[in-house]
Design a protein around this ligand. Structure first.
Ligand code: DGL
Length: 279
């Protein structure tokens, strides 16, 4: 392909969570062609070890590279935490993670200097958010909270109600005595739980709290960088969308549409992911 501008942007996540990022990218850059890869055969990534997640991320990127993508968006916080450096090393195209863009916004917005980060066990264990935030503002007080039950609740569509609220109250209880005024939804599954999180936060915490998700901040970062590099498609026509999945579990489309916020329209294509990390 001659013209790099007209190539698609590749987006990948362990499963459906990254669709919240794809949705934000479509809102910000409707003309871009997008290929989404959900590694549904190996989801969840959030409870796995660092090396496993890194290998999965490298495999996913290799598959998307075969589709001539012009940029890669790692639409998973866990894979961004563990795989970004390896991917930037291996690929010659721009690679975006979901952590730095939202960390930057949080560091700018927080007035109290006290920021909470909700994420998977893996993301929290990696300390990637703490590193990103403290590099930007060393005096920040960062409160990491691992929330392993939120991914299954989001996937089951338990977006509010007693159980979800009790789980959130349990996770957010440690934040009660803090000055937290900014809360990062550090997992791409969490934006669909935003209303429930906002409700519990409002009830538990003393002051007003701003909720930031990595989807919108990442879409903005991608638009700016690709724009600056002259890599955006110059067209008003709606871009094409392709969905590749490493497994097609029953009920997938219904769950995916909840995260995507609109009908998928295109068929989901089954792909086999090849482990290339041992080469
Ligand atoms: N969406 C993934 C993230 O942002 C979490 C889902 C999983 O555990 O695979 O970290």
């Amino acid at each position: 392909m001659e013209n790099r501008q007209t190539r698609p942007i590749g987006i990948f996540d362990s499963g459906v969570g990254g669709l919240t990022v794809m949705r934000a990218i479509i809102e910000r850059m409707p003309g871009e062609d997008l290929i989404y890869l959900g590694d549904t055969a190996r989801v969840p990534y959030g409870n796995r070890g660092a090396e496993t997640v890194r290998c999965y991320a490298v495999n996913a990127a290799a598959l998307l590279e075969r589709h001539q993508i012009k940029a890669l968006v790692v639409a998973c916080n866990t894979a961004s935490a563990y795989g970004l450096a390896a991917l930037r090393d291996k690929l010659s195209i721009p690679v975006f993670g979901v952590i730095s863009p939202v960390a930057r916004r949080a560091a700018i917005l927080s007035e109290s200097g006290s920021i909470a980060v909700l994420g998977t066990r893996g993301t929290i264990r990696s300390r990637a958010y703490q590193r990103a935030l403290l590099e930007l503002r060393p005096e920040l007080d960062v409160h990491p909270v691992a929330c392993p039950l939120l991914v299954p609740l989001a996937e089951e569509g338990w977006l509010d109600g007693t159980v979800t609220q009790q789980v959130l109250e349990h996770y957010l209880a440690d934040l009660v005595p803090t000055e937290v005024d900014t809360l990062i939804l550090g997992c791409t599954h969490y934006p669909i739980l935003r209303d429930a999180i906002a409700g519990v936060t409002e009830r538990l915490l003393t002051g007003p709290t701003t909720l930031l998700d990595s989807a919108r901040a990442t879409a903005e970062a991608v638009a700016q960088k690709l724009g600056d590099a002259g890599l955006l498609k110059e067209t008003d026509a709606e871009g094409t969308r392709q969905f590749l999945l490493t497994d097609l579990p029953e009920g997938f489309v219904e769950t995916a549409e909840r995260f995507f916020g609109r009908p998928l329209q295109q068929e989901c294509e089954h792909v086999d992911i090849v482990d290339t990390t041992g080469e």
